[in-house]
Design a protein around this ligand. Structure first.
Ligand code: ZN
Length: 135
């Protein structure tokens, strides 16, 4: 597999409007997109820092993955996303090397990226996402 850069860092928040204020007013970043990903029961807000994005995630359903994460661990870093140059082969290679993949085939994530997750039990506790921008 070939990881090209850190595409984004996903951060679980309770209230996206409140969190956006911190990133804009304190860090001086600009939120350039807000998007709901119905599939994952989240609302997302995006910032860019160089080539890397910050993705804020607010749950739209307490039973969704982000809702459960916040209930267990509170707000904070949720996942790390690497951009890869071929997501199908990266997921396959991880699986062949004994890592449990959450998505055997890529699915559509925010911003139209193809995404797939590796299970944190097999990645040193870091929920790891691969994504590929095919647009
Ligand atoms: Zn992500």
């Amino acid at each position: 597999m070939n990881l090209t850069h850190i595409e984004h860092i996903g951060i679980a928040v309770k209230n996206i409007e409140e969190s956006v204020k911190y990133y804009e007013d304190v860090l001086g970043l600009k939120c350039y997109a807000v998007e709901e990903v119905v599939d994952q029961k989240v609302k997302t807000a995006f910032f860019k820092v160089g080539q890397t994005k910050i993705e804020l995630l607010e749950s739209t359903d307490p039973e969704g993955p982000i809702g459960k994460f916040i209930e267990k661990k509170g707000e904070g870093i949720h996942h790390l996303a690497f951009h890869v140059d071929n997501i199908e082969s990266a997921l396959k290679e991880a699986e062949e090397k004994g890592v449990r993949v959450i998505d055997q085939k890529p699915r559509k994530g925010a911003e139209g990226l193809d995404i797939g997750f590796l299970h944190p039990k097999f990645t040193g506790g870091v929920l790891t996402e691969f994504c590929e921008d095919k647009n």
